[in-house]
Design a protein around this ligand. Structure first.
Ligand code: UDP
Ligand code: MG
Length: 331
C-alpha cells in the first residue's frame, strides 16, 4: 500500500479524533466525557469525540444527550452498531468514521487518563506517527492475569521482524497515515495489538498509570481473554503448526528406536515379545497427542473459514453526526 499521497498535517489545520468503543459504560461516560472536553479544549487542535456504541443496552443515549445539552455545539459522532461485535470491530468502526489528522483510541471506562492526551499530541507534533501509551504498573490486575499475559507475549515473540510490546494496549495516538494503513488491513480476525505492531511507523512510547474503572465490571472475562490469546497466536505466529510437526517427528523417531529395540530383544537376545499394557497405554497417549495436534490445526482452519466468508466486520445501525470536523474523502 502506498500512503505517500496523504498530505502531512500542518499546525494551522491539525485536528484530532478521540475514539471510544463502549459496551454498557454509561455511568463511566458521564464522568469521562466532561473530562475529555476539558482536556481537549486547551490542546490547540480542532477535535471531535467518536463514540462507538458496541451494542449497549444501558442509558448511553440519555448520557450523551445530557452531555450535549451541557456542552452546546460539542463536536461529536455517535455510531450505534446493530449488536455487540467486540471491541476490535468497534475500534475499527471508530477509526473508519474518525475525521481527524490524528486519532486517539481509548477505553470508555475511564481507565485511560484523559490528562495524558496533551502529551500524546505533543509527541505527534514532534513527528511521531504512533504514540503508544504504555501501562506502567499493573496494580489493578490480579497476579495470575499479569503472569498469563507475560507468558502469552513471550509465546508470540521471537523471530518476527516486528515486536508486539507487552504493556501496550489500544490506548494510543495514530497519525492519519497509520489510520489509513490500518483500515486497509481487511482481515476479520483483528488482533489489534499485533496489527499496530505489524504496521510499523515512527513510534514513541509514553508511560502511564491506569486508573481503576469509573464504574461497572470488565467486559473481558477469562473465556474472552483466552479467545483473544488464541486469535493473537494463530494470526501472528506459525509456531504452533511447527510444533505439531516437531511433535510428530519426535514421536516417529521414538517409535523407530523402540521398534529396533524390540526386534533386537526378540531376535538376538531371544526374549519373547510381550507387553500389551505398554501397547495400550502407548496407543492412548498417541491418540491424545494426535487429537491435540488436530485441535491446533482446526484452530487455524476455523480462522481461515471466518476469513473466506467475507462478512463485514460490523453493521452500523444509526449514526448521529454532530462533528464540526470536515468530512474526509473515502480512502
Ligand atoms: N468494549 C467494547 N466491546 C466489547 C467489550 C469491551 O466496546 O465487546 C469496550 C468497553 O466498553 C471499554 C473497552 O472496550 O470501553 C475496554 O473494555 P474493558 O474495560 O472491559 O477491558 P479491560 O480494561 O478489563 O481490559
Ligand atoms: Mg477497562
Amino acid at each position: 500500500m502506498d500512503l505517500s499521497s496523504i498530505p502531512p498535517e500542518t499546525a494551522a489545520n491539525a485536528s484530532l479524533s478521540v475514539v471510544l468503543p463502549v459496551l454498557n459504560e454509561a455511568p463511566a461516560l458521564a464522568t469521562l466525557l466532561p473530562a475529555l472536553a476539558q482536556v481537549l479544549g486547551p490542546c490547540g487542535v480542532a477535535w471531535e469525540i467518536v463514540i462507538v456504541d458496541d451494542g449497549s443496552t444501558d442509558t448511553l443515549p440519555q448520557v450523551v444527550a445530557a452531555f450535549e445539552r451541557q456542552h452546546a455545539g460539542i463536536s461529536m459522532q455517535v455510531l450505534h452498531l446493530s449488536r455487540n461485535f467486540g471491541k476490535e470491530a468497534a475500534l475499527t468502526a471508530g477509526l473508519a468514521a474518525a475525521r481527524g489528522d490524528a486519532v486517539v483510541c481509548m477505553d470508555g471506562d475511564g481507565q485511560h487518563p484523559p490528562a495524558l492526551l496533551p502529551t500524546l499530541v505533543a509527541h505527534w507534533r514532534d513527528g511521531a506517527q504512533m504514540v503508544i501509551a504504555m501501562q506502567r504498573s499493573r496494580a489493578h490486575e490480579q497476579r495470575w492475569t499479569s503472569c498469563a499475559k507475560g507468558l502469552f507475549y513471550r509465546l508470540l515473540q521471537g523471530g518476527e521482524r516486528f515486536r508486539i510490546p507487552a504493556g501496550a494496549g489500544d490506548f494510543r495516538l495514530m497519525d492519519r497515515r497509520v489510520v489509513q494503513a490500518m483500515l486497509q488491513l481487511s482481515e476479520r480476525a483483528r488482533f489489534m495489538k499485533g496489527l499496530y505492531a505489524w504496521l510499523g511507523f515512527r513510534t514513541v512510547t509514553v508511560p502511564y498509570d491506569a486508573a481503576p474503572r469509573c464504574a461497572g465490571a470488565s467486559k473481558f472475562p477469562l473465556c474472552r481473554l483466552l479467545e483473544l490469546a488464541s486469535l493473537g497466536i494463530t494470526s501472528f505466529s506459525m509456531k504452533p503448526l511447527r510444533m505439531v510437526s516437531a511433535i510428530g517427528g519426535a514421536i516417529s523417531l521414538c517409535a523407530v528406536g523402540y521398534g529396533i529395540y524390540i526386534a533386537i530383544d526378540a531376535l538376538v537376545v531371544g526374549n519373547p515379545v510381550s507387553g500389551w499394557a505398554t501397547l495400550a497405554s502407548g496407543m492412548m497417549l498417541l491418540s491424545g497427542i494426535q487429537l491435540l495436534c488436530l485441535g491446533v490445526i482446526a484452530e487455524y482452519l476455523g480462522y481461515i473459514f471466518e476469513e473466506t466468508k467475507q462478512r463485514p466486520l460490523y453493521v452500523i445501525d444509526e449514526v448521529i453526526d454532530h462533528s464540526t470536523l470536515g468530512r474526509r474523502a473515502a480512502a
